[in-house]
Each structure stands twice: as structure tokens, then as C-alpha cells.
Design a protein. Structure first.
Length: 173
């Protein structure tokens, strides 16, 4: 999966977190919001295809298939070398990162492999390389809060499930 990220122009931050990979597109230099979003979704398509190939080999050898969940979200992050002088790591932090992690967690609940946030879909609106249907969007309430201006994690989040057509390298709903 790391190869898919690197081949797609992404960066892997924090290496591997348990069984998770934090893949970043648009850092340290953005190619533009829609190109970064498109690269992230293309990577999700490639990761899904790679998993299908892996599962075919596992099943052929008498093993069980494995599954994955991919959350894709766009937004501002704090990026850079974070830590103490003895242990610095290039990473990103912020609400965008936290929200993306939660979106990935929803893939299991919703029974989909890839889930895109509304902001990601909006960045892809003019993309000719990725086709995403907007039918079946789902509202997920954020956390309740007491601020007069809700933070991103307190606003309802509109999500769209994505499945892949095996005959095309495109995302479709």
C-alpha cells in the first residue's frame, strides 16, 4: 500500500500506525486543491485494486481475504517536523487529520471500502479523471458542542460512499 501512495505522488507520514497508513497529498507543496484531492482518490483506487490482487492470491493459497478502509478528506493541516530534538518526525496535525481518521473508521460501519468527505468531492467537481456519483450521500452528526461558532468536528458531515468499477480505473458510486 505504501508503494501506491509513493507512486501516486503522496507522502507517508508517521510511517505505519498499527495497521494504518497516513498518506498525505499536497504536502509539503500543494499542486492545487483539486489535483491533490484527485491524487488521493486515484491512490485509493490503486490501493483497492492492489488489495483485490492480494486477496486473490491469499484465497488461491487457501487463506482468507483481508479488508481495508480508506477515508479521504481535504483541508488545512499543520505540517512539518514535530517532536523533540532526539525524535523528530515529519507529520501533520489538526482537525483535518482527526476528521479523516474518523471518516476511515466509518467505512466499517457503512460497509464501504472508501469514503470521501464532501469537501473532497467538491474539490473533484471539475476533475475529468474521477467520476463520483452524489446519490446516497449520508449525514453524520458531529460531536455536540457549546461554542457559538462550531468547529469542523461539531458540524454535520456529509459523506459519500465510493465503490470501484472493475472495468475502469475510476471511482463511481
Amino acid at each position: 500500500m505504501v508503494t501506491c501512495v509513493l507512486d501516486g505522488g503522496g507522502v507517508v507520514a508517521d510511517s505505519v500506525i498499527g495497521d494504518a497508513i497516513m498518506a498525505l497529498f499536497g504536502v509539503p507543496v500543494s499542486q492545487g486543491p483539486w489535483l491533490d484531492a484527485e491524487a488521493a482518490v486515484r491512490c485509493a483506487v490503486q490501493m483497492s485494486a492492489a488489495l483485490d490482487r492480494l486477496n486473490a492470491r491469499r484465497v488461491a493459497a487457501g487463506g482468507l481475504p483481508v479488508e481495508l478502509g480508506i477515508g479521504v478528506h481535504t483541508g488545512e493541516v499543520v505540517a512539518g517536523n514535530i517532536g523533540i530534538p532526539e525524535r523528530m518526525e515529519y507529520t501533520v496535525i489538526g482537525d483535518t487529520v482527526n476528521l479523516c481518521s474518523r471518516i476511515e473508521g466509518l467505512t466499517r460501519d457503512l460497509g464501504v471500502r472508501v469514503l470521501l468527505s464532501k469537501s473532497c468531492v467538491e474539490h473533484l467537481a471539475d476533475s475529468q479523471a474521477v467520476a463520483i456519483c452524489r446519490d446516497g450521500d449520508r449525514e453524520r452528526p458531529g460531536a455536540a458542542g457549546c461554542r457559538s461558532t462550531p468547529s469542523p468536528r461539531e458540524r454535520p458531515l456529509k459523506l459519500g460512499p465510493v465503490v470501484f468499477s472493475p472495468s475502469r480505473d475510476r471511482a463511481v458510486d
